[in-house]
Design a protein around this ligand. Structure first.
Ligand code: DQA
Length: 140
């Protein structure tokens, strides 16, 4: 399967940023482990801090790839435009969060994106991404 992971704003700082919440591994290190774990599948990784670039990436891969694992960061809670992009493409999207957003501030409890996604996985640390990939592979 062809699976695209997309990370949104500030997730380039994983391993540096608020380690007590997000852990001390960079996403690049974790992504190498993920690729080794799924040698029969093609995993691609894209990160952007820019809302429009995330939308462009969804449009670019959203009619040919088999699945998207999307951590839109804070845009999760604000972006009608990313929600519309998810609704407009064919490829199924799974929303993921490293932290358990429901244990955190009230403004993180609502997702603008979830209703357009296949499902949501939150609170399992980096393992949230693997759980999403497992679903995409199992339901192919
Ligand atoms: C996050 C949760 C968001 O609320 C936050 O803005 C992030 C990361 C997570 O992975 O836990 O940037 O998406």
């Amino acid at each position: 399967m062809n699976i695209q992971i997309i990370n949104g704003p500030n997730l380039n700082l994983l391993g540096v940023r608020e380690k007590s919440i997000y852990g001390d591994s960079s996403f690049e290190t974790y992504f190498t482990e993920l690729q080794a774990r799924y040698p029969n599948h093609t995993l691609s990784y894209y990160q952007s801090n820019v809302e429009g670039e995330i939308i462009n990436k969804l449009h670019e891969i959203g009619f040919s790839f088999d699945g998207v694992v999307l951590n839109a960061g804070a845009y999760t809670h604000t972006s009608v435009a990313i929600a519309d992009a998810i609704a407009g493409i064919k490829t199924p999207v799974i929303e993921v969060h490293i932290s358990n957003v429901y244990k955190r501030e009230e403004f993180r409890h609502h997702s603008m994106l979830a209703a357009s996604c296949r499902g949501v996985i939150a609170g399992f640390g980096m393992d949230s991404y693997r759980l999403a990939i497992e679903n995409l592979i199992a339901s192919k």
